[in-house]
Design a protein around this ligand. Structure first.
Ligand code: FPP
Length: 278
């Protein structure tokens, strides 16, 4: 069986894709979609036009992730801190979100995409919550790309919620065990692996209260490109850069490990110790 190539031949995306090792794709990519407001300002348009253009970019990136076979994509769509924005902008973002989940539902169903949400999204206005819940339910059995939308999300709030749930669980069981595994088991999407790659657009070098626990060993890729201008080619550039990184998780790279390993035998072990001292 031949699988259809994910990009049209002779395009920049096809050229980049040819350099990607499909067997070493990240499992989980997280994106801080930033720069909608600046994109609009540069065009002398209202901020809302930037958000609308941001949705177009989101749609294209989700479709690309599904086509290349990425397992998990987490998108920072609305933070708890975004309530500080003018009410008209917050309302517009809520309407855009509703539109997005309604319009994309058909695409998600046809393409085996599963929608999930993290954050205090149950506290959003009823109509938003209901649309999101409907799409989550309708796609729950899909086994392809999981799109996790961070909605009314804050990483610190997630940790507070995890501790609360851990305590509730302990009260129920009469047993409290606090360690990394039990805390992680009470995060919003505890079954998902941590992101391998975090992409942030618009050049800002901060995490903005996003997945603070889960990003402990994540590779970070920042681009000056504003979110509405972010294309599948940028995504592939980020993946290629990720594939060139050496992930050490606080340990040593394999070649360094081999050099640092003591060699058995009296004269050799002193050579090993000398190598460690260097
Ligand atoms: C940042 O731009 C983006 C957001 C506040 C999130 C909104 C995201 C979208 C509209 C993309 C669509 C997503 C979904 C799932 C519907 P900003 O306003 O902070 O830009 P600025 O920093 O240039 O002002």
């Amino acid at each position: 069986m031949t699988t259809k190539p994910p990009f049209k031949p002779h395009t920049r995306e096809a050229t980049l894709w040819a350099q990607v090792d499909p067997a070493a794709l990240p499992v989980h990519i997280a994106i801080i979609m930033d720069g909608n407001g600046r994109w609009a300002r540069r065009r002398h348009q209202p901020r809302l036009a930037g958000h609308r253009a941001g949705v177009r970019a989101t749609r294209e990136i989700v479709e690309t992730c599904a086509r290349i076979g990425l397992p998990v994509l987490t998108l920072y769509a609305f933070s708890l801190d975004n309530w500080k924005r003018p009410p008209e902008e917050v309302d517009f973002l809520m309407q855009l979100l509703r539109q997005y989940v309604r319009r994309e539902l058909d695409y998600m169903r046809r393409n085996n995409v599963r929608l999930r949400a993290i954050g205090r999204w149950q506290e959003l206005p009823a109509e938003v919550r209901e649309d999101v819940a409907r799409a989550i339910k309708a796609t729950a059995a899909n086994t392809g790309l999981q799109v996790v939308v961070a909605l009314n999300y804050s990483a610190r709030a997630e940790l507070v919620d995890a501790v609360r749930r851990l305590l509730e669980h302990a009260q129920h069981n009469g047993q409290l065990e606090v360690n990394e595994a039990t805390l992680a088991a009470h995060l919003y999407a505890a079954d998902l692996p941590d992101p391998d790659l975090l992409i942030r657009t618009s050049g800002e070098m901060r995490l903005s209260n996003f997945l603070l626990w889960q990003l402990a060993y994540t590779e970070i890729w920042v681009t000056e490109t504003l979110w509405p201008d972010f294309t599948p080619a940028h995504l592939l550039e980020a993946i290629l850069d990720f594939q060139r990184r050496e992930r050490r998780y606080g340990g040593l790279a394999p070649h360094e490990e081999a050099a640092a390993r003591p060699i058995p035998g009296p004269s050799r072990s002193s050579r090993g110790a000398a190598a460690l001292r260097r």
